[in-house]
Write a protein of this length. Structure first.
Length: 351
């Protein structure tokens, strides 16, 4: 049986990936530190499933990682573990450096030593896949897209920490020969997304009748990628990707933030109308912009399409409709998340 060690597998993208991997017959060792964004309730359907073992721990705990590697002998390690919210990185950059840089370094060291001791055939097949972000490339003007050769120019503590982790992964390949793969994705959305991020935040506030905060003029552009498409892309890169290469993953769905918010409002007006019958777009409120807010991201994923045969299956219209329906059907999951310290308040204002 194929075994994968997945780090950060109780977070948004990682949990979606784990759920699909186990459903496909992969044996998954799931290591997660369960910070505020990690949620075991997301993995409820895997309770008592022998193909899923959850381990509470940190990727920077080298002794723990080494033990897991030696006990379970995974065929691949997939690193989703990261602090990932720009606003939180503004308020507390140190946590991002500790997890995304120091933690990734510890993980790489443990994996390198495990890989070097593998029998030749197993070592040849082994892979370390690092999941990263398009934010490492900085910001774009009105035209152009990020390619795998776009120079790194991170503009937030979050993206700077992810850029550093990408460089470490590359260095471990070129210095030690570790068989690595890196993916840089655009903005993900879909089920199980922690509600500090734009789409689940707007859904939650819209249902609560609260103002819907839009940063600046709302015309910042993102390329939206449905999380199930991203998970398929990662599996494709893992099985078909060329060792040492980077692959950009995008959804071919560029939208301004204000367009995303208005689309959510329109869907909720049909599915869950306000008691007074008024359109929810009236709840939109423009607020001061995020410090250092990148204006536009756009991914050129042609390398992934042309070399490995992947492209997204969901349009934004399909994905956002499914996502709104999922949140409407899973309000208990949202309420359980919001029982913690985060109550939909704005963060990232320290700058």
């Amino acid at each position: 049986m194929t075994t994968w060690l997945v780090t950060g597998g109780a977070g948004f993208i990682g949990a979606n990936f784990v759920l699909e991997a186990v459903a496909k017959g992969i044996h998954v060792i799931n290591l997660d530190a369960l910070t505020y964004a990690g949620n075991l309730k997301t993995l409820d359907r895997l309770q008592d499933n022998p193909d899923h073992l959850f381990v509470h721990g940190d990727i920077g705990d080298r002794d723990l990682v080494t033990r897991l590697l030696l006990e379970h002998r995974p065929d691949a390690v997939l690193n989703f573990a990261a602090e990932s919210h720009v606003d939180r990185s503004i308020d507390g950059p140190g946590t991002f450096v500790q997890t995304n840089v120091v933690g990734t370094l510890g993980l790489l060291e443990a994996v390198r030593d495990y890989w070097k001791a593998l029998p030749a055939e197993k070592a040849e097949a082994f892979r370390f896949l690092h999941v990263s972000t398009d934010e490492v490339y900085g910001t774009l003007g009105e035209t152009g897209k990020f390619t795998e050769t776009t120079p790194y120019a991170p503009n937030s503590p979050y993206s700077a920490s992810k850029a550093a982790s990408d460089h470490l992964v590359r260095a471990f390949h070129h210095t030690y020969g570790l068989p690595v793969l890196t993916t840089n994705c655009s903005n993900n959305y879909g089920p199980y997304h922690f509600p500090e991020k734009l789409i689940p935040l707007v859904i939650a506030k819209a249902l609560a009748g609260e103002p819907l905060p839009v940063y600046g003029d709302g015309k910042q552009v993102r390329d939206w990628l449905f999380v199930a498409d991203h998970c398929e892309a990662i599996r494709t890169v893992l099985t078909k990707g060329k060792v040492g290469e980077t692959y950009n993953v995008g959804g071919n769905s560029e939208k301004q933030n204000i367009e995303v918010v208005e689309a959510i409002c329109a869907l909720l007006d049909v599915r869950r109308p306000r008691a007074d019958g008024k359109p929810r777009r009236q709840q939109i409120t423009y607020v001061s912009d995020r410090p250092g807010h990148d204006r536009r991201y756009a991914i050129d994923a042609s390398k992934l399409k042309n070399e490995l045969g992947w492209e997204p299956k969901h349009s934004f219209e399909q994905g956002i409709s499914f996502t709104v329906d999922w949140y409407l059907d899973n309000q208990q999951w949202v309420n359980d998340v919001l029982d913690g310290s985060y109550r939909l308040q704005r963060i990232g204002t320290d700058a």
